[in-house]
Structure formats: structure tokens, C-alpha cells
Design a protein around this ligand. Sequence first.
Ligand code: ATP
Ligand code: MG
Length: 336
Amino acid sequence: MNNTSHILLTGDRPTGQLHLGHYVGSLRQRVQLQHQYQQFILIADLQGLTDNGSNPQKISHHILEVMADYLAVGIDPQLTTVCLQSALPALAELTALYMNIVTVARVERNPTVKNEIAQKGFSRALPVGFMAYPISQAADITAFNADLVPVGDDQLPMIEQTNEIVHKMNSLTAEPVLRHCKALLSEVSRLPGIDGGAKMSKSLGNTLTLSASEAEIHHAVSAMFTDPNHLRVADPGQIEGNVVFTYLDAFHPDKALVASMKAHYQRGGLGDRQCKNELEACLQTLLAPIRERRATFIQDKAMLLELLRQGSERAHEVTQRTLHAVKRGLGLPILF
Ligand code: ATP
Ligand code: MG
């Protein structure tokens, strides 16, 4: 396989600072993959607005916060094109074109969207934009000609829907104009929240951000759920549903140590405090350099904005090319 022919696209909504879920679900992989493939990262501010329409300041404020997060974890703008969704008109135009080939019933069937609508309690106040965001996400992926999308497992229904749009669009044009894509799931495709909830998510307020202080890390780990029936150190404990072990699996670099801790815990004789100490030490080690780098980057907003401008300029060219190919395929004149 020719590595250079793969194109990767991922993105994040600037709805808050990035957190440990992003790190294991996507960021860690992106940092490695940028050395192998052509990679684009989209700061999805338009998608962020779909459920924050009345609070645009929240989205605009977090654009550069997310940019600083990227640089802090090791995304290199020389290797990865980081760009801003609202700066790329081709994405909005493709969304408008795709909306005509997707039914309302199909969007309503998307399990992630269904879940999020229920969680956010929209009911009749559901914004049209939110309902349609999987279509806009399909526009994002296809505009960059991406064939690999490194994401958490909440995004699988989006990839499926994108491929349906690709199939439908290609059947309408004489030559195929869009590329099919595949999700690239990381080892930890869904990190639970620090409260043990199903997913760590900005909207659920159960996150540990990449800039969390030493004290915040300590507090979060101390409050984590373990096995509620593990009352005495000598008692055998349960690993399943034990958030501390889920996190040790996700973050601890020494897999053999974690395996032996699990066996010890299940046998009895290993206390929750000891497990938490091990987890806290590993999270402090992981986050300290990220926090430090981030603190420096966030002070230079002009530099962050300039990097985003340069990336968006490159992305503009690529996405306009796809838009023109789709327009030509549909027989729409390209006037300029
Ligand atoms: P919001 O609550 O605003 O939707 P979020 O925390 O869900 O925010 P997104 O910006 O929607 O974050 O997600 C960006 C990427 O990070 C997606 O690829 C998603 O799958 C991944 N991701 C987010 N949270 C997690 C998690 N807890 N575990 C694994 N991957 C995650
Ligand atoms: Mg989300």
C-alpha cells in the first residue's frame, strides 16, 4: 500500500478545552499518524454552533484554546494542516448539496444523534442545524478527499452515513467524484467520564482537561469509582466497571504492571488507594509537560491565529477542488 495516498481528516468541536477522552480516543493517534500520512484537522466551529446557537462566544473563545491543545500534545503544523471550518465556504456548499440526497428519516435513525438529542433534552427546540450535523460532517470528510478518519466509536454512525452519501452522489455523476472512507478506531475508542458515565464529554461536564492542574488531577482520581463491594483491602475486587482500572488500561505505559495489579486486586490484598496512587502518578507524568507547553502557547494568540490562517488557506484550495468536481458532476456551471 502506498502510504502517501491515504488522506486523514479528523476534527473537534471548539465547545471547550480538549480532555483525556480526546487524547486516547483520537489525539494520541493523530500525533503518530502525522508522520505517515497526509493529515488534516478541522476545528469544527460551525458544528459547535449547532447546539450553541445562542452562545456563539463560547465557540469563538475556544477556537484558539483547541489550537493550543493541539500544539501542546505534539500536533506539528508543518506535518498536519490545521484549519477552521467557518473559513471554508466549500464545506457549507457541499452540505447544502448533500442535504438533497439524505432523507429526514435517515438522519433521525442515526443512533449518535438520537442519543445526543435525548441527552440535551431539545424536544421541540431541536435546532435544524443540529439535526443536520451528520450531513455537514460528511461534507467535511469528503471535501478533503479523506479515506481514513481516526475517531472514537461515537462517530461510527457518521462514517456509515458519509459512505451512503458518497455512494448516492457517485451514482448521480458520470465519473465517481467522492471517495469512500473508513474509521480508524483507537485502542480506547470510548473513555468513560471521571464520574464513571458512559463517555467523557465536554457537554456532560465529566472531563479532565489536558490543562488540568495537579490538584484537579488528584481530586478527580480520589473521587473515582472503584468496586463498591471492595470494602476491605483483603477482599477480592472486581475489575469490570471499575473506572480506575479502565483508566490504568488506557493510560499506563507498563501493561505488565497493570495486568499484575489486576490479578492481585481480583485475588484480594490490593487496596483502592494503592491503585489510585499508581493512576494518579501516571496521569501527573502524562499531563505535566502538556500543561506546561499549553500555558506557553496560549499566551501567543497572534501566533495561534496565524498558524490557523495558513492551514485554512491550504485547506481552502483542497476543498474548493472537491466542490468544483461535485458541481461539474451534477452539471452545475462554474462561473468563477
Ligand atoms: P461535545 O460534548 O461538545 O460533543 P466531546 O467531548 O464529545 O464534545 P467532540 O469534539 O465531539 O468532543 O469529539 C471530538 C473527537 O474526540 C471525536 O472523534 C470523538 O470520537 C473523540 N472523543 C470525544 N470524547 C471521547 C471519549 N470520551 N473517548 C474516546 N474518544 C472521544
Ligand atoms: Mg461530541
